[in-house]
Every structure is written in structure tokens, then in C-alpha cells.
Design a protein around this ligand. Structure first.
Ligand SMILES: [Zn+2]
Length: 137
């Protein structure tokens, strides 16, 4: 996933190049539109890299989730029928309700009640980061 996160920069170069060509030799509004679209992604990735912010879904998050899963399947589960469920603000056991991990769920573009266009704009603005923070932060 980390590779795909940074691979988006490579694919953002394509509209940047064609946008520059369109500005200099063709239609300026189309070229400017291509620059705005791909420039937003490049700025988003660069600002998160400069600020030291990790990508939305990373290997450490996957390892923490897997350790919760291993605890529930292993010798020391929270209850007899441990079913971890990743809720909006934390990972909680569906059966006993115990908080297993304080990890807010990233917004990965699932269908929501706000519809396709509002959801797409929300996902573009938040870049997939969780909208709410953990309860103990
Ligand atoms: Zn439980």
C-alpha cells in the first residue's frame, strides 16, 4: 500500500506534463485544470512528507491490527467469543464491548449516506485520514 501511496506521484506527473504542454501550445484552461488536479496531489504528498506525517494506512497500523487479531485468536482472548470490530474511533470486541485498540478507522471511501459527490469531495479533502480522533487523545 505504501508503494501505491507514493506511486501516485508518478501518475501525477502525467497530467502535469500534458498540462504544461497544453498551457504553452494549446488550451490554457484545460492545461490549468490539469495542473490544479495533479498539483493538489503533489502538494498533499509533499506536505505530509515534510511534516513527518505517515501515510493514512501504513505497515505499523496493519501490524497493530494483526496483533489484536492474534490476541483474540490466541491463548488470551478478551472473552469466549472474541470478535474484534474496527469501529470509527477504536477497535472493540463485538461480543463483550472491550476496547482492544485505540486506532481511529481511516476513511477509505466507503459508500456513505452523504452520497457519491459529497463523499468524493470529503475523501479528497481528508486524503483518507480519519475524520474523528481516538477517544483518549
Ligand atoms: Zn470480547
Amino acid at each position: 500500500m505504501r508503494l501505491f501511496y507514493w506511486l501516485a506521484l508518478v501518475f501525477a506527473l502525467i497530467p502535469l506534463i500534458f498540462g504544461w504542454l497544453s498551457i504553452s501550445h494549446g488550451s490554457a484552461p484545460i492545461g490549468f485544470g490539469m495542473w490544479v488536479v495533479s498539483g493538489w496531489l503533489v502538494l498533499s504528498r509533499l506536505t505530509s512528507f515534510i511534516s513527518g506525517e505517515e501515510s493514512t494506512w501504513n505497515k505499523q497500523m496493519a501490524m497493530r491490527l494483526q496483533s489484536v487479531r492474534n490476541e483474540c485468536d490466541g491463548d488470551n482472548p478478551c472473552c469466549d467469543l472474541a470478535l474484534p470490530l474496527w469501529e470509527v474511533t477504536q477497535v472493540r470486541c463485538r461480543t463483550c464491548g472491550k476496547n482492544l485498540l485505540n486506532e481511529p478507522r481511516p476513511d477509505l471511501g466507503r459508500p456513505r449516506s452523504d452520497g457519491f459527490f459529497a463523499g468524493s469531495i470529503r475523501l479528497l479533502i481528508s486524503d483518507g485520514k480519519p475524520i474523528v480522533s481516538s477517544e483518549e487523545e
